[in-house]
Write a protein that binds this ligand. Structure first.
Ligand code: NAD
Length: 316
């Protein structure tokens, strides 16, 4: 099938592009390269079934592109992804994540698209009282980013009601793996990996007992690939492991994978940080046949190996 991936030059998007091409699909990418890069698409470029369109999703030309490309499925990952940036500039966050999603949905209609698969975030759950968070848990957005992701989810439902365009929302926990940038605030695996391989100091905030649910990028991409079919239409599914890992445990695991000393510095807890998070993947297993297959130690080993290869290539 023909699939359009917005944000396809980014961390998750580019891994998805590789998977879709390997599955035999034709793949178009729309990305303004604001945080993604062509380097992430090195494996795809040159493949006659692949095309990159360097374009903002808010560019009015997007609808024409979709009308020409006629994607059967649109995987919508392009977004402003930083909670902190959303707090500093909520209007820009809404423009990219809400207006941007409306633009992608309108373009999908022009392109005769059957289904849109959307990347939402566990941020929509706010401060959950039950962990792992069940698939039908109430949403409670507590940042402009969470509000914009939830608004985008509502737009998917509205477009289905209005135009009959199907959708699946995938609610992603903390995704990690090759191509994640250490520049962002959320990619703690990438941040630890980069620092530990370069002999730079690392910091664990608070008492190190804060937990997150780390899910490997290949598993997340498998969820997207499954959602591109008929399964899961009109539904939203958590993509996480249900397992909580503390910040301190994560540091030990990354240090082990990197062959580095497990001696993080400490700093006061950051205001507003969630004490705990993990999500229940059972509904995704039932609806999509999805389950996380990569345990954390294996995923971290692959991530560290990739980071070492990348830094060797840069030095070489
Ligand atoms: N990484 C995670 O742990 C995580 C967790 C929950 C949700 N998500 C969601 O998954 C999606 C992908 O995240 P990621 O971690 O790969 O981030 P990323 O920054 O690597 O990828 C986002 C991509 O979107 C592109 N982009 C941004 N604004 C654009 C615009 N206006 N027009 C066109 N392209 C634009 C960027 O250049 C980049 O390539 C996002 O929607 C994010 O909110 C990620």
């Amino acid at each position: 099938m023909r699939v359009l991936v917005t944000g396809g030059a980014g961390f998750i998007g580019s891994n998805l592009v590789d998977r879709l091409l390997a599955d035999g699909h034709e793949v178009g990418v729309v990305d303004d390269l604001s945080s993604g890069s062509r380097r992430n698409l090195a494996g795809a470029e040159g493949d006659p079934r692949f095309s990159l369109h360097e374009m903002d999703i808010l560019d009015p030309a997007l609808a024409g592109l979709a009308a020409d490309f006629r994607p059967e499925v649109v995987c919508h990952l392009a977004a402003q992804i930083s909670v902190r940036k959303s707090v500093a500039d909520p209007v820009r966050d809404a423009r990219l994540n809400v207006e941007g999603t409306a633009a992608v949905l309108s373009a999908a209609c022009r392109g005769g698209t059957r289904k849109v698969v959307f990347a939402s975030s566990v941020a929509v759950y706010g401060r959950p009282t039950v962990i792992p968070v069940p698939g039908d848990a109430a949403t409670d957005p507590r940042s402009p980013y969470a509000a914009s992701k939830l608004s985008a989810e509502v737009y998917l439902a509205a477009f289905k009601a209005l135009h009959g365009i199907d959708y699946t929302t995938l609610v992603l926990s903390n995704v990690y793996g090759p191509r994640q940038s250490p520049e962002g605030e959320a990619g703690v695996v990438a941040i630890f990996t980069d620092a530990l391989l370069n002999g730079a100091p690392t910091v664990v905030y608070g008492d190190g007992t804060q937990t997150r649910d780390y899910v490997y990028v290949d598993d997340v991409v498998d969820g997207f690939a499954r959602a591109c079919g008929e399964a899961g239409g009109g539904g939203r599914f958590n993509l996480g492991t249900g397992v909580q890992t503390t910040d301190r445990e994560l540091h030990t695991l990354v240090a082990t994978a990197a062959g580095a000393a497990d001696e993080p510095g400490s700093a006061p807890a950051r205001l507003g940080d969630l004490p705990a998070m993990a999500v229940d993947p059972a509904p995704a297993a039932e609806a999509l046949g999805w389950r996380p297959r990569t345990d954390l130690a294996t995923g971290l080993k692959r991530t560290v190996e990739w980071a070492m290869t990348r830094s060797a290539a840069r030095q070489g």
